[in-house]
Ligand binder design. Structure first.
Ligand code: SF4
Length: 204
């Protein structure tokens, strides 16, 4: 389920993972192989939220694996993020059949768990990866192409909408925009001294 051994995790995390594993709050529980909760640090200033698990994620029990995950990892590594610097999760924790977009009802059903995850991770900066994450997290119907790369400040959080890596894979000319948005996240974290400055700063 995670990149951690279950019994090495703090008790509150063990309880949270058990709540996720036993969840049947929406129809998505029926066809999942695994509940996909997170990868990365269990406490991190930077949280990345995607849409929902796909086939590879469902099989491996980890979010953002496969080609999309590799593309995101390359950008994170290129900008000198370590695995402990970020926490990656999704709007819904179970795979929608056929990789369809989660319904609003499913997103609402899973929000309770996402809120609990927030309370454990305590992020300051949030990246919303793709149109679905942006829509369900903020409630806005603005197109992602209009809002990406622009900070949203809300209740002490800094929220950065961006393109989903799966979209970048289909539109490689947009790859620099993902790097740009991640670099803005990095600079924000550096501004708050929540991450060490890059050893090899890059300009985009
Ligand atoms: S998607 Fe979320 S709310 Fe639905 S069954 Fe899975 S964990 Fe529960």
């Amino acid at each position: 389920m995670t990149n951690y051994q279950f019994y090495d995790l703090p008790l509150e995390w063990q309880g949270f993972l058990q709540a996720c594993n036993s969840c049947s709050n929406c129809e998505l529980y029926k066809e999942r192989k695994q509940v996909v909760v997170f990868r990365g640090g269990i406490k991190a200033s930077f949280m990345i939220i995607g849409e929902g698990p796909g086939r590879h994620e469902d099989e491996q029990g980890l979010p953002f694996v496969g080609r999309s995950g590799n593309l995101l990892n390359d950008a994170l590594t290129g900008l000198e993020f370590t695995e402990e610097d970020y926490h990656i999760c999704n709007i819904v924790k179970c795979r929608p059949p056929g990789n369809r977009t989660p319904t609003e009802e499913e997103a609402v059903a899973c929000r309770r768990l996402l809120n609990a995850q927030f309370a454990l991770v305590k992020p300051k900066v949030i990246m919303l990866s793709g149109a679905t994450a942006f829509r369900y997290f903020t409630g806005s119907t603005d197109p992602i192409s209009k809002v990406r790369g622009i900070w949203i400040e809300s209740k002490g959080y800094y929220i950065m909408p961006t393109f989903h890596p799966a979209y970048i894979l289909r539109n490689m000319s947009k790859r620099d925009l993902l790097w740009h948005d991640l670099l803005m996240v990095r600079k924000k974290l550096e501004e708050f001294k929540l991450i060490a400055p890059m050893e090899n700063p890059i300009l985009l």
